[in-house]
Ligand binder design. Structure first.
Ligand code: GLA
Length: 386
């Protein structure tokens, strides 16, 4: 069933039913830098969340997810925009409605909304940001809110995730989902949200995502701890350096001053944030010079840093990455997204993709007893009405 049929089967066929699509994202490099004033380099995918919606005459808001069909229709109300545990996944779209009110864009009636996604949940490919920006796109279109840009929708999505759903995430995911552009990655400076699109022309290689199937949960995980630990590193550095964020300094400046960071763990977190930001800047430069080999090496170094200094990998993901590094034709491979499970992203030469799939699937099964999933992905556009 397509999304309109799904909608109709739950909410009836009458009226002005509109359809939308919002992508997932993969980050090529620049991990855990977005709340440290650094750069990121994500792209939107062609997989994502389809949505259909229709205004109502009353104040009810009804949500249905085909992916979680067992939960049936979840009913909320404009008169109670608060997080309820039993709303489960619907707290994400409801949080965006709440954010619209908080930010001075109230809506004057309820609506029905159905979604159907093909981003594996908890895989680190931003199913939640996809849903948030989808909801923002629906609200602006259904209610004719003209003065909001896609960047605003990204910010509202992040605001709702931070303040309604309890994950202190940065802006990368929502930005990539809202601003994605076919065949481009987004080089975003999270310090001031300036960005540029970089063509990802890889005639000889593919972007390959491998899902470890180890589910990450950012809210329950150590994500918020990492934020606090890097903030502690910044605070200590600010006693000797005039800086606003860890994105303000290079490796040398960090190394010279690192001894002022009192806590050893915070020092490691700070080191990752500074080095990863610099790696991201170098990686984009290399890509512009068509030096994909250097890009790949920086991806590999990113993984080592995320594994050893930021400690957001896990044994299963390390197996995936370390096995990928052994395969001829793999240009680079690293964990992607929030971490603690989820996916790896690899750049693999065209002629090696089959070999990659075969070797990774069988070695991972042998070593970890899990059937990984591998997706050769395309870079798509951001959230939109269709
Ligand atoms: C999650 C967060 C992002 C970012 C990444 C790590 O995906 O939502 O804001 O911090 O983790 O790079």
């Amino acid at each position: 069933m397509n999304i309109k049929e799904i909608f109709t089967s739950k909410f009836g066929p009458e009226g002005d039913i509109r359809e939308y699509f919002s992508p997932g994202r993969v980050n090529l490099i620049g991990e855990h830098t977005d709340y440290n004033g650094g750069h990121v380099f994500p792209c939107a995918l062609t997989i994502g969340t389809a949505g259909a919606a229709r205004k109502r005459d009353d104040r009810k808001i009804r949500f249905y997810s085909e992916n979680l069909s067992g939960q049936g229709v979840i009913e909320a109300s404009l008169d109670d925009l608060t997080n309820h545990k039993e709303y489960d996944w619907a707290n994400y779209p409801l949080g965006v409605v709440w954010a619209f009110f908080e930010k001075g864009h109230p809506i004057d009636s309820g609506f029905d909304m159905a979604v159907n996604g093909n981003i594996p949940n908890g895989s680190g490919l931003s199913s939640s940001a996809s849903l948030e920006v989808l909801t923002g796109t629906i609200l602006t279109d259904l209610f004719g809110i003209k003065d909001l840009t896609p960047v605003d929708l990204a910010l509202y999505g992040q605001y709702s995730e931070n303040n309604f759903n309890g994950c202190n995430c940065g802006i990368m995911d929502q930005f990539a989902v809202a601003m994605g552009k076919k065949d481009c990655a987004i080089f975003l400076d999270t310090a001031d949200l300036s960005y540029e699109y970089a063509d990802i022309k890889l005639p000889d290689a593919k972007i390959v995502i491998t899902n470890s199937k180890v589910k990450h949960s950012l809210v329950d995980s150590a994500y918020n701890d990492r934020r606090n630990e890097s903030a502690a590193a910044l605070k200590d550095l600010q006693t000797v350096l005039d800086i606003k964020t860890l994105g303000d300094i290079d490796e040398e400046t960090f190394d010279k001053n690192a001894s002022v960071i009192k806590d050893e763990i915070a020092r490691k977190r700070g080191k990752h944030a500074v080095y990863e930001n610099q790696r991201t800047i170098k990686a984009v430069k290399a890509l512009k010079e068509n030096d994909i080999e250097t890009f790949g090496k920086l991806m590999n170094a990113s993984h080592v840093s995320l594994r050893d200094d930021y400690e957001v990998s896990c044994p299963e993901v390390d197996v995936l990455v370390e096995e990928a590094w052994k395969i001829p034709g793999v240009i680079g491979s690293r964990i992607t997204g929030g971490g603690f499970g989820g996916c790896t992203v690899s750049i693999v030469k065209n002629e090696s993709v089959d070999d990659f799939k075969e070797k990774i699937l069988s070695t991972y099964k042998d070593k970890c007893g899990i059937d990984a999933e591998i997706y050769v992905v395309d870079i798509g556009d951001g959230a939109r009405r269709i």
